[in-house]
Design a protein around this ligand. Structure first.
Ligand SMILES: [Zn+2]
Length: 511
């Protein structure tokens, strides 16, 4: 019966998708080169376009050929990148050059890319996001959306260029590389090369460790600017972080990488710890935050470790535990964020706790802003890792929550039993959760329905498709809503190490 409802559900959506009004079709941008998706009617929009990113969720395309397993003939090394008239040059792209490159890409590859801005920086620079997918303008029902964000610290410049190169690589490899083709056919990849374009403009090539540009134009660290689960974040929210916050609330991202520089490590949540709550004064807190490093583990620790290892072991040297000048080496090239150093207001904890998006912080270069001539080497070191990491969105369980008539149930709350960080269904009733092989139980709760618990198995080879049908609750029946955020009381509270007596000069870690 579930299959029948599922089929009817698809049928209805197929008809809907074919009736997309013509005014939702993308139009040419007046600048001339490349089309731009209009993200939001509020800020950061291009007035010359009429496609909103929200609409890409409203008018989904349906591809029944979902191939959820990567091809086995995995070959990501076709040799040197061919440079044609349109090309990526290994140099640092300032804001105008980056914008030009992105627009040229959408002009040259209109069926694989879409460009949109999620808002503007303090100084008015667009926060560009490039979608790379075989369905760039439309969400593909049942297929995951993933993202990369680079250059959140403006002087960590390698991340910005790696993501531009990644865009170039994906579009130019689509027709020749079966793995890239599979990835783009089955995933919508949203790439934001720079979350801090103002900071980048004032940072200096060749400055490896310190230097201007880390913060946004008002002097805020954007990776300390998000709501924090463990401790109230009193920092004034900045437009760049605000834009990201709104963005991740509109699109259900399954997997995300936040790219940084200054170390070689994949660092996973939590960045903050329940211990941070005991901080009373800000001076003590600084000391505490930076020196009382101990693991702060999520209920999905196995998954986060796995995701981090996927990156580090596919990186040319990260898994070897390479130490940098200002950062130690890490066993297998991975670490729990708080075990390295705890911080409040980080982006990865926010993604995970508030939106069920598995985000890992990827520290991709020892030197934050190395000479441009070294960029080809950084690309070679990170290329395979960047691509393999994204394909992990196709691991675990995914499916639909529907009512008895096959209608999608939006905003159903879900959680994997014993993992108290929950997630929600999209407006099409879709859900995803990355899980390692094993047997799991998932609890499904939605207002007006009888809660349900379903058991399923996850295997290594392909994601498990799980459709859940909910039945309406009897009039007056009450089912308590499950608590989905982790409860501090049930989480393992780590005892802090003794606070170090700090004498003389010391530097807070800044990676
Ligand atoms: Zn950083």
């Amino acid at each position: 019966m579930e299959r029948l409802f599922s089929f009817l559900f698809f049928l209805v959506l197929t008809v809907t998708a074919q009736n997309v009004p013509s005014n939702h079709k993308p139009t040419e941008n007046s600048v001339g080169s490349g089309r731009i998706l209009n993200y939001s009617p509020s800020s950061g929009q291009d007035q010359n376009t009429d496609v909103k990113i929200e609409d890409t969720y409203s008018n989904p395309s349906i591809d029944r050929r979902y191939q959820d397993t990567a091809p086995s003939n995995y070959n990501l090394d076709p040799g040197p990148v061919e440079q044609d008239k349109y090309g990526y040059e290994f140099k640092y792209h300032d804001f105008d050059q980056m914008t030009r490159f992105l627009r040229e890409t959408t002009a040259k590859y209109p069926s694989l890319t879409a460009l949109y801005s999620i808002g503007k920086s303090v100084q008015g620079r667009d926060l560009w996001v490039m979608v790379v997918s075989s369905s760039p303008y439309e969400h593909m029902i049942g297929k995951p959306d993933v993202k990369y964000i680079g250059n959140i610290h403006g002087n960590e410049a390698v991340s910005r260029e790696l993501l531009l190169q990644l865009i170039y690589y994906l579009v130019t490899s689509y027709s020749t590389d079966s793995y890239a083709q599979w990835l783009l056919d089955n995933t919508r990849i949203h790439i934001m090369p720079s979350m801090n374009p103002d900071g980048f403009e004032v940072s200096k090539e060749g400055q490896c460790d310190t230097g201007p540009g880390r913060y946004n134009a008002r002097g805020y660290d954007l990776n300390r600017n998000f709501p924090d689960y463990f401790k109230q974040n009193n920092k004034r929210m900045q437009p760049e972080a605000e834009a990201v916050k709104e963005w991740v609330s509109k699109i259900q991202f399954v997997l995300s990488g936040s790219l940084h520089g200054g170390a070689l490590v994949a660092s996973y949540p939590f960045d903050n710890t329940p211990n941070s709550r005991i901080c009373k004064s800000s001076a003590l807190c600084s000391l505490f935050q930076n020196y009382a490093s101990s693991p702060s583990l999520t209920p999905d620790d196995d998954v986060f470790k796995h995701l981090s290892l996927i990156y580090s072991t596919n990186h040319a040297k990260m898994s070897k535990g390479v130490a940098c000048k200002t950062s130690k080496g890490f066993l297998k090239g991975i670490t729990n964020g708080a075990a390295w150093y705890p911080l409040t207001g980080g982006m990865q904890d926010f993604n995970y706790i508030w939106h069920g998006c598995m985000e890992v912080t990827l520290e991709v270069s020892c030197c934050k802003y190395p000479p441009a001539k070294e960029l080809p080497r950084y690309w070679e070191d990170n290329k395979v890792a960047l691509i393999k990491f994204l394909s992990e969105a196709h691991r675990g369980v995914h499916g639909f929550v529907m009512d008895e008539h096959g209608n999608p149930v939006e905003k159903a709350s879900l959680k994997i039993k014993t993992r108290d960080v929950g997630f929600q269904t999209t407006k099409y009733g879709e859900f995803w959760r990355i899980l390692l092989p094993g047997v799991y139980k998932m609890e499904v709760y939605a207002d007006g329905f009888v809660p349900k618990e379903v058991e399923f198995m996850v295997v290594n080879e392909h994601p498990t498709l799980l459709n859940v049908t909910l039945h309406p609750s009897q009039y007056g029946a009450y089912y308590p809503k499950p608590v989905l955020l982790p409860s501090i009381s049930i989480m393992q509270v780590q005892k802090p190490r003794p606070v170090y007596n700090v004498t003389g000069d010391f530097a807070f870690p800044q990676d």
